[in-house]
Design a binder for this molecule. Sequence first.
Ligand code: CMP
Length: 144
Amino acid sequence: SRERSFIMVKPDGVHRGLVGDIIKRFEQRGYKLVGIKVIVPSRELAAKHYAEHDGKPFFPKLVDFLSSGAVVAMVFEGKDVVKTGRTMIGATNPLASAPGTIRGDFGIDMGRNIIHGSDSVDSAMREIALWFKADELADYEPVA
Ligand code: CMP
């Protein structure tokens, strides 16, 4: 159904100049960009974003990495964008991320994996509220 997903190009993706390609893929698939900002996340914001991983051995590195540089935080809207977005992103494990996916085309690293996408509609709502104020999201219909 029609829904929104939080999509974020991580510091490695920004540093490598992959932002345009990633936006292009979502646009071409038919998704509508309703929010976008460039931000260097604080450690506090990064920790909140990854709250579900708090306590795992890789959590400190996760927070360090996300707050290590600029990210491009985005909200895309459209039919089943949460699930389809995850498919377009590809698997976290580089051994499983298929060519044609963003991770499968651009990366081989479990941690520095270019992009984040919400894993459920509930996660999307939590993440969008964490990263964006309501008035930073545009409500519009595409021009015919
Ligand atoms: P993502 O799926 O966007 O969000 C959770 C992140 O945790 C994941 O990307 C990886 O970057 C990271 N991650 C998951 N499992 C591991 C792991 N075993 N070692 C290091 N990082 C991991």
